[in-house]
Design a protein around this ligand. Sequence first.
Ligand code: TYD
Length: 133
Amino acid sequence: MNYKLIDMNLFGDENGRLISIQQNSNCDFDIKRVFYIFDTKPGIVRGAHANRNSEFLLIAINGSCKVKIDDGKNVEIVELNSPHIALYLDKMLWKEMYDFSYNAILLVCTNTEYDEKEYIRNYQSYLEAVGNA
Ligand code: TYD
């Protein structure tokens, strides 16, 4: 399953910290879009889709959430709870984000402009697309 956790380099000192996300450094793709997910209510699942072209870098810059990653054969669950841990997700992985803490802000960088046509939002269609229906 093509995902990885990246321990981001921390700059700064005891007075304050900074993390930089930079393509060709700690991000392998060209960043075209950044968005962030916040104010997610308890019990809500976000995501629940796969993307034909988008790769993602996810960072819980505040609070925490869980990410379920599914490639149609195996499922893994990752908890994001640190602003210096990034989760890289390749295209065509089914992902669900849930168990958001009340203060969670999930930062997402991706290599694409938003295009609804590259989303697969039906799990059965996803299994067919990865040849595992
Ligand atoms: P959606 O993908 O359903 O987000 P989530 O699963 O986190 O709830 O997107 C929610 C809405 O936001 C949907 O109408 C599409 C829109 N949207 C954009 O316009 N641009 C974007 O970059 C993203 C990620 C979503």
